[in-house]
Design a protein around this ligand. Structure first.
Ligand code: ADP
Ligand code: MG
Length: 236
């Protein structure tokens, strides 16, 4: 099994089981899933449709939980938390980047990015400062007032990335972040993710079908039949 670093890994998935029940029939997605990810790693996850990639991301983001087994991120035992504890945890510990950006069309770029901060005890002036700073970081300075529908896909995804990092979480989860983009915009988004990983030390877990996207990561794992096969970046 994959172990990547000495010391405590940032993410530890141990003997995780997950099944869904559909019409009384149990469908096992994972029967013994194990994975360790070090702090500051950029990991790509590939695998055929239905192999459990979204299920995995949902468990990492606390939206869903394992049926059995261990799931720890940083100092938090997600496997032992109830739904509301996980929801609270989620607001502080990670950002999520979606394939179709998930921006709210009636809010401008700055308002979209500000959303996660509204859950926190931060005043309006400080919120505006943080929003401007992250929009600058993703190359969208001066576009605060622009609405998503007037932006290109690449720009919208950069707003999505700004929203994901505005609370300064250590972990970024990306679900096909370039899946809806042309090559040039995809490459810009990938450079941005690499920058966030290298310069700001974000740990990134990215599900992707795009081999070029996977190539930007330090490690690529292939999910198949409920387990990981490491393709690249194995213990150097
Ligand atoms: P991937 O993202 O790799 O395509 P998913 O994690 O979405 O795979 O799904 C894995 C399997 O679990 C699929 O067969 C899917 O139909 C099933 N599945 C996913 N979510 C649910 C759910 N909420 N209820 C029932 N079955 C589900
Ligand atoms: Mg999926």
């Amino acid at each position: 099994m994959t172990s990547h670093s000495s010391g405590d890994p940032f993410i530890a998935i141990t003997q995780v089981q997950k099944a869904y029940e559909i019409g009384g029939e149990k469908i096992v997605i994972f029967s013994d899933l194990n994975l360790e990810i070090a702090s500051g790693e950029f990991v790509a996850i590939m695998g055929p449709s239905g192999s459990g990639k979204s299920t995995l991301l949902n468990m990492l983001s606390g939206i869903d939980k394992p049926d059995a087994g261990g799931l720890r991120i940083g100092g938090s035992r997600l496997d032992q938390m109830g739904e509301s504890a996980r929801a609270g945890w989620r607001a502080h510990h990670m950002g999520i980047v979606f394939q179709f950006y998930n921006l709210l069309p009636m809010l401008n770029a700055a308002e979209n990015v500000e959303l996660p901060l509204l859950l926190k005890p931060i005043n309006a002036k400080e919120r505006r400062l943080r929003v401007s700073k992250v929009l600058g970081l993703v190359g969208l300075e001066g576009r605060e007032q622009q609405y998503p529908k007037l932006m290109s896909g690449g720009q919208q995804q950069r707003v999505g990335i700004a929203r994901a990092i505005v609370s300064n979480p250590p972990l970024l989860l990306c679900d096909e972040p370039t899946g809806d983009l042309d090559r040039k915009s995809a490459d810009e988004v990938l450079s941005m993710l690499q920058f966030l990983n290298k310069e700001l030390g974000k740990t990134i877990v990215m599900v992707t079908h795009d081999p070029q996207a996977a190539h930007c990561a330090q490690r690529t794992l292939h999910l198949d039949k409920g387990n990981f096969v490491e393709e690249r970046g194995a213990a150097e």
